[in-house]
Design a binder for this molecule. Sequence first.
Ligand code: NAD
Ligand code: ZN
Length: 355
Amino acid sequence: ETIHIQTESKKYNVFVGDGVSSEIDSFLAAHFPKLTKVLIITDENVAKLHLDQLLGQLQHRKPIVFTAPGGEKAKTFDVYYQALSSALENRLDRKSLILAIGGGAVGDLAGFVAASFMRGIPFIQIPTTILAHDSAVGGKVAINHPLGKNMIGAFYQPEAVFYDLGLLQTLPEAEIRSGFAEVIKHALIHDPAFYDWLLSNIDDLNGLTMKQLSYSLIKGIQVKNHFVSQDEKETGIRAYLNFGHTLGHAIEAEMGYGNFTHGEAVMIGMIFALKLSEELTGLSFNIERFISWVQKLGYQTRIPMHISNDQLLQKMKQDKKSVGETVRFVLLEEIGRPNLREIDDSLIIDRLQKF
Ligand code: NAD
Ligand code: ZN
């Protein structure tokens, strides 16, 4: 299956299916006949599991491999510097290309290396997590600064995305949950029919079939694309993608990154936002049914006990997406109809207490 992505700055394809990454070499031959060098950027976990397959296919191109530490540790200045050094030492030039194989962390790092090396060289993404259906579409690439996540980055689109479902079979349970929370988010903010499909078809995240996985990712990508294609630089409706993230980011930060996956924190944030929506925008929705469904899928649905509500509020206020002093929440008027609301501190604290 192929999804066409059209942004103001670029048009590219996302190929989704079991085994699609085996077509990368012929894609390069067709689209980059003058290609000089290929730099593969991955992380240590993905390298162990999936690199040989890719190297086999690209052998004749003698690709250079840069392996970052696993997960979020790939997004430091230090690793970014090392990746650029590798590109320079191996004499990549403007006709070279970067292949990113890994989760969102690798995609963000590799994309930013590609965006900044010689003012920009082409890159291709091979996402290996469910969460990467979100990160691989939209063109945001970034590394972290000690003072904030994703603070140093660019908008930079790939030449293509090869979403090979076979590569997702090795994902640990927590990472499946993390990524699938974003799939559920995409359904809730834009596609009621997709939400109904999820609710009646998905009851075990560890036993997802290829069909379920492929449908979920394709739908999720289409929703993400809907919001970003109209708003590449995030000035308007792209903000709706932040559903569940206002509280989610705060929980993630309070728990310490790595102790609670992003998606698991966002799930709690979505439940909170759904409750606020019922109260403030008249959303009519069976929240109890939603909660018992996601509990069955393995999600936590409450804020971990030791986190204080005041701390959470402070974190929400620091979020780069909140304007000035008031915290903004994405709420739903209906499933598929998001809107943005400023919520007073006192109401937030009170509803957190009752949550
Ligand atoms: P990740 O890349 O850190 O991967 C999670 C873990 O799974 C890592 O330890 C990784 O090594 C491992 N892994 C990856 N693929 C695997 C596989 N197939 N089998 C076994 N293990 C595998 O995390 P993620 O959840 O994919 O992405 C999170 C990152 O994405 C964050 O840095 C976040 O900021 C970023 N993000 C970016 C955007 C964007 O628009 N650019 C959007 C959402 C998230
Ligand atoms: Zn997210």
